[in-house]
Every structure is written in C-alpha cells, then in structure tokens.
Design a protein around this ligand. Structure first.
Ligand code: CDP
Ligand code: CDP
Length: 205
C-alpha cells in the first residue's frame, strides 16, 4: 500500500484498541500511532507543574519515550488535559500528517474517525463493557507491579469514560460510518480477525 491509507480506531480505555491497532498495522505493513500517548505525555508534564497548553505546544519525541506514561495517575491527568481545546489543537497537525504519510497508517484514540481523520478509509469503534475493561486493566497494572484493586480501577475507567464522552471538544463517540467491534466476549485473535476483515473489505473495493 504506497498511497495514503488511514485506519482510524477509536473507543474507550482498555477496549483493545492498541492491541488491534498493532496487529492491523503489522498485517498490512502500516505505521501505527497510539494518540493516547500524546495526551499522556502532556498529562505527565502537567503533573510536574507545567502549564498543559505550553506542554502540548512544545511536545517533543522524547516526551513519548517516558517509561512512566502507563500509570493510572498519568491516565487520569491525560483525560483532564484532553478537555482543553488548545491542547487538542496543538496536537492536531502532527496526528493528521502521520495519518496521511505515504505507505499508510493506523491511528488509535478517541476522536480519530470523527475529528482527526474524518476521511479515513476505514473506521473502527472498539468497545467492551466497563467491567471487562476494568478487569483487563487490573491484570495489566498488577503485572507491572502496581498495587490496586478491581473497584478502584473500575471507578477510574468510568470517570475517564465520563470525561471523554461528555467533553465539548471532540467527545468520544463512534463516527457514523464506523464498524463496531465489541470485544467483551472476544479473544484477541477473534477481535483482530474482525478488524483485519473490515480493512480487507475496503481494500478490495
Ligand atoms: O488500547 P486500549 O486501551 O483500548 O486496550 P489494549 O491496551 O489494547 O488492551 C487492554 C488489555 O486488554 C490488554 O492487556 C489486552 O491484552 C487485553 N485484551 C483482551 O484481553 N482481549 C481483547 N479482545 C483485547 C484486549
Ligand atoms: O490506553 P487507554 O485507552 O486507557 O488510554 P489512552 O488511549 O492512552 O488515552 C488516555 C486519555 O487521553 C484518554 O482517556 C482521553 O482523555 C485522551 N485521549 C483523547 O482525548 N483523544 C485521543 N485521540 C486519545 C486519547
């Protein structure tokens, strides 16, 4: 695939977007951008006392390599800076340029199909119940050595869903032409297979 070809993957926390994105990118030899990392990087800089708008406007590649971006505190901070329109605006051009790079790209986030790439060739909306998502995140956090429990993680996931869905600027919602994939009862392989066939259906047109 040499010409720009964008796969937009949106959905709430721990729905399986990243897992599906990486697999789709590998299958079709596309570049992948986890746009949540941009907001996490801004959130991490806010937690050190920086103004989030200034942080977003001066974000550099090294910010995305910070190994501490995967904590629950940073996830919460990310969803707080993500409601600020100037933060979103500062991150827009980078995401759009990535999406239209020659060779094609997969971007995952909250507003890829609705705001960043409304012209994306393929749009997927990946969901799962809040309980399933909290359980998945609990396993990940526990494996990485964080001490937490199901109810704490569930409350965090629900608070983030609420902020992401109810903000005025670029709220989380499926694009009208998105293919919905509910991964609550799907294995990773089954979820990836659905995503791959949705991309193949468009490529064969
Ligand atoms: O990117 P997002 O936050 O949407 O989710 P993820 O990081 O891809 O997936 C969150 C966790 O759920 C990971 O540990 C995946 O291995 C797991 N997962 C799963 O158990 N079943 C799926 N169908 C998809 C993901
Ligand atoms: O991995 P997980 O799905 O838990 O979160 P993430 O994708 O890393 O996103 C962290 C936060 O960044 C989200 O809760 C959103 O508030 C924000 N975000 C956003 O507003 N727009 C995006 N395109 C991606 C993330």
């Amino acid at each position: 695939m040499m010409s720009p070809f964008t796969v937009a993957i949106d959905g709430p926390a721990a729905a399986g977007k990243g897992t599906i994105s990486k697999a789709v990118a590998a299958h079709f030899d596309l570049a992948h951008l986890d746009t949540g990392l941009l907001y996490r990087a801004v959130g991490a800089r806010m937690l050190t006392g920086e103004d989030p708008i200034a942080a977003a406007q001066s974000l550099v590649a090294e910010d995305l390599e910070n190994p501490d971006l995967r904590t629950a505190d940073v996830a919460r901070a990310a969803s707080k800076v993500a409601v600020i329109p100037e933060v979103r605006a500062a991150l827009l051009d980078f995401q759009r340029a990535f999406a239209r790079r020659s060779g094609g790209a997969v971007l995952d986030g909250r507003d890829i199909g609705t705001v960043i790439c409304p012209q994306a060739e393929v749009k997927l909306f990946v969901t799962a119940s809040a309980e399933v998502r909290a359980q998945r995140r609990l396993v990940e956090l526990t494996e990485r050595g964080f001490e937490t429990d199901f109810n704490t993680v569930l409350a965090d996931v629900k608070a983030r869903d609420d902020r992401d869905m109810n903000r005025a600027d670029a709220p989380l919602r499926p694009a009208e032409d998105a293919v919905l994939i509910d991964t609550s009862d799907l294995s990773i392989d089954a979820a990836v297979a659905r995503a791959v066939s949705a991309v193949e259906a468009v490529r064969e047109r």
